[in-house]
Design a binder for this molecule. Structure first.
Ligand code: FMN
Length: 499
């Protein structure tokens, strides 16, 4: 049975496709888009039922016929009519979520005039940071633990706490306005820890009092690996995702606008950060994951990722315009295995490609000072699909073996509706959100875009998996008890511009 679940929130509507109890696809639409419901229903038209989440403060818990429901969300007042209009023959069920209201603190805490105050408008504040009931096994450290090395991020939960209850507020300093030196460091380091194609870090950050601007360094090119700059734009999207989490953790509400100015195409995002707001527990968890995330180019442990963890990863990777979709076991995994094999054969034999990859590989890791590129130890020749980047020496097993290896893993594909630069930025943004969730759940991941740069491979993937749009990134997810060391990064002053 295939059920389409609609979860209207603010500012997007999250959509999942659940097949026989397992979520196999996620996407999100902007709630302001009047066609959002119709688009979701069109994307996954072949469903047996539609379930709509209603945030609800009452007693009703059992699902009900949607026409009897009254939604509390002012952002989406007419869901039954919209859904029924989009799929008149499909049963629509209202599912009541009473947990949201149950978690509200009895005495809401809000800030006003630079001081903590009791009462007033209800604001959700985190009551505990590291006791969230996440599924899966938590092997990694939680928020507030000591950072991985002295060079890593400062103890961020402490900074967040300072923002909320610390001296600056008590002394009456404005929440908005200039960033402190430590906060600036947090912002830049959060950004530079984002994944980027060949570890290029193709971004610059302008920090203003109430606004951050992320610019793409389009002069950095990988003509063989990324001839169209798709991965470079996606890398900037990933950096924006990290910055957004950092801004939240520092106690401000970020307003992210991607590609805000057509006259300035290098500006990838503008992040307004003027309004004070308490970070949620989820923000702090995601923030803790930034320093722990690293590409895992190796086999995973022999343990399946629970379906509920995959669902959470997929949900955070579903942002408006991007679908995060599970590659289903069986036929779909076989398709991917065959395509990876063909792509690997191509790249192994492509001299120009191999020369470029070699140029970006850091062989003398001790002597290296530039903070960019791929340390040889982090991209071993390895074997498919674990190698991540195909080298001449990469072992290439037959398709059946690659299929068996993939079948033991969990694989997601990030799909965008169109294939414009905005789609590439969004795909990277969605990918990093999903990756941080995976890390927070105690998982590790690696992404593959290399095969997708061969147009016939990309087209075949799109057709054979009947994808709803353009595949941008493949993500492998699994468990590992071995931490992946952090790769090198550019110095702060190379990235930061402060007027
Ligand atoms: C858009 C994008 C595409 C990437 N493509 C690949 C890829 O095809 N193969 C691979 O092994 N890693 C790929 N990566 C991972 C980067 O190489 C990695 O993020 C970078 O080297 C930094 O290392 P870290 O992820 O361990 O921090 C990609 C990353 C991004 C953001």
């Amino acid at each position: 049975m295939r059920v389409l679940t609609l979860n209207p929130g603010s500012p997007s509507m999250k959509v999942s496709l659940v097949a026989d109890g397992t979520a196999v696809g996620w996407t999100a639409w902007d709630l302001a888009d009047p066609g959002a419901v119709a688009q979701s229903i069109r994307r996954w038209s072949d469903v047996d039922a539609i379930a709509v989440r209603f945030v609800h403060g009452g007693e009703q818990k059992a699902p009900a016929n949607c026409s009897q429901a009254s939604n509390n969300s002012p952002r989406w007042p007419e869901p039954p009519a919209a859904v029924a209009g989009g799929a008149p023959d499909v049963p629509v069920v209202a599912c009541f979520d009473t947990a949201f209201h149950a978690e509200m603190p009895e005495v809401p805490t809000t800030r006003s005039g630079g001081r903590l105050q009791r009462g007033g408008q209800a604001t959700k504040v985190p009551r505990q940071v590291d006791e969230r009931r996440y599924p899966g096994r938590r092997r990694n450290r939680s928020v507030g633990d000591a950072p991985r090395s002295g060079k890593d991020l400062p103890p961020l939960a402490v900074i967040a706490a300072n923002r909320l209850i610390g001296s600056s507020i008590v002394e009456g300093a404005a929440m908005a306005g200039d960033w402190t030196k430590t906060e600036t460091e947090v912002l830049v380091q959060s950004m530079t820890r984002a994944p980027s194609v060949h570890n290029l870090q193709p971004w610059l950050l302008d920090i203003g009092p109430d606004e951050l601007v992320v610019r793409e360094r389009t002069e950095l090119r990988l003509p063989q690996h990324d001839p169209l700059g798709r991965d470079r734009a996606a890398s900037c999207g990933a950096a924006v995702a990290n910055l957004e989490v950092a801004v939240r953790t520092l106690g401000r509400a970020p307003g992210v606008e991607l590609l805000p100015d057509p006259a300035r195409p290098d500006v990838v995002a503008r992040i307004a950060a003027g309004t004070a707001a308490a970070p949620t527990a989820a923000d702090l968890h995601r923030f803790g994951a930034i320093a722990r995330r690293a590409s895992h180019r190796a086999p995973f442990e022999d343990a399946p990722v629970p379906a509920v963890a995959l669902r959470l990863i997929g949900e955070t990777g579903a942002v408006p315009g991007v679908e995060a979709r599970l590659v289903r076991p069986g036929r779909e995994v076989a398709v991917v295995a065959r395509l990876l094999h063909v792509a690997a054969e191509h790249f192994k034999a492509d001299g120009a490609y191999q020369r470029e990859l070699s140029l970006w590989t850091i062989r003398d890791e001790q002597a290296h000072r530039h903070g960019v590129g791929l340390p040889a130890s982090r991209v071993p020749a390895g074997s498919v699909p674990w190698a991540g980047l195909i080298r001449r020496a990469t072992e290439l097993p037959d398709t059946a073996e690659i299929e068996a290896r993939l079948a033991a893993e969990s694989l997601l594909v990030f799909v965008t509706a169109d294939d414009t630069r905005a789609d590439h930025v969004r795909a990277g943004y969605a990918m990093e959100r999903a990756w941080l969730t995976a890390v927070d759940l105690g998982l590790v991941a690696a992404v593959l875009t290399q095969p997708l740069h061969l147009e016939p491979i990309r087209a075949a993937l799109r057709a054979d998996l009947t994808l709803s749009g353009f595949p941008q990134v493949l993500m492998r997810v699994g468990y590992s008890s071995e931490p992946d060391p952090a790769g090198p990064r550019r110095a702060v002053e190379e990235v930061l511009h402060q007027p």
